[in-house]
Ligand binder design. Structure first.
Ligand code: DGL
Length: 272
């Protein structure tokens, strides 16, 4: 199938989390149609090796590419952290990950050059945010403090967004961020925007939160404009959802992440 401005944007994630990125894309680019793939059979990616996540990511990208996407958004931070070079080399369409947009947005906001990053174990271990921040800061320099916060993922999926348990977890993970000169914190995982309130409370009012999802949607919008690939206005955009396990939980939990109902998701088999 030939891609053009009418073609959909492809988005993949390990599961429901990437719907926070899709939500930001829908709000910045309301005329665009999208195809979303949640690899719910193989989630989580955040605890797996880079090699395995790269293999899954290439398979996800191939599936979306066969359906005629004009651009691929790697919504999963872990996949963006470890698989972006392989995806960009393999795909004939532009590939946008969430790491560089998030890192650059943080550098625009920091006042004193202390940037914190939180994400899955795989994202933090890869050092991708740290490298991107240092490269983009150049001679000005940046002091980066990174930490994996794995318990935030199940809390967000269970809908435990406020109250004692998430507050305590956030305090345990984040209490020393504010003390260590961090003034900007990158939410480097698809799930963390749902926990913004408890995260903000734990780091205190002097630390500004940066949502990688929002920053990524802005980058996608300018890239489509630059490449004259923006969907023409006027029509009604279509949004399709694919999952690799049964769709019930995705449809139910996903509505919370997307902030609107998901009427159906199609189960597909990405055989390896
Ligand atoms: N989507 C993943 C990320 O942003 C979080 C969930 C997972 O571990 O698969 O890193």
């Amino acid at each position: 199938m030939r891609q053009g401005s009418h073609s959909p944007i492809g988005v993949f994630d390990s599961g429901v989390g990437g719907l926070t990125v899709l939500k930001a894309l829908m709000s910045h680019l309301p005329h665009e149609s999208t195809l979303y793939l949640g690899d719910t059979a193989r989630v989580p990616y955040g605890t797996k090796s880079g090699e395995v996540v790269t293999r899954y990511s290439l398979k996800n990208a191939e599936f979306l590419l066969e359906r005629g996407i004009k651009l691929l958004v790697v919504a999963c931070n872990t996949a963006s952290a470890v698989a972006l070079p392989a995806l960009s080399a393999a795909l004939p369409v532009p590939v946008v990950g969430v790491i560089a947009p998030g890192a650059r947005a943080a550098l625009r906001r920091t006042r004193g050059g202390g940037v914190g990053v939180i994400g899955t174990p795989g994202t933090i271990r890869s050092g991708a945010y740290q490298r991107e921040l240092e490269a983009a800061a150049g001679a000005e320099g940046v002091k980066v403090k990174a930490r994996a916060c794995p318990l935030f993922v199940p809390l967000a999926e269970e809908g435990w967004l406020g109250g004692d348990v998430p507050r305590l977890v956030a305090r345990e993970y984040l209490a020393d961020f504010a003390r260590s000169g961090v003034d900007t914190l990158v939410l480097g995982c698809t799930h963390y925007p749902l926990l913004k309130e408890v995260i903000a409370e734990a780091v205190g009012p002097r630390v500004e939160l940066v949502d990688s999802a929002e920053a990524t949607a802005e980058v996608v919008a300018s890239l489509l404009e630059e490449q004259m690939l923006l969907a023409p206005g006027g029509g009604t955009p279509a949004h399709h959802y694919f999952v690799t396990d049964v769709p019930e939980r995705f449809v139910e939990v996903g509505a919370r992440f997307l902030g609107r109902p998901i009427h159906a998701a199609e189960q597909v088999d990405l055989s390896f």
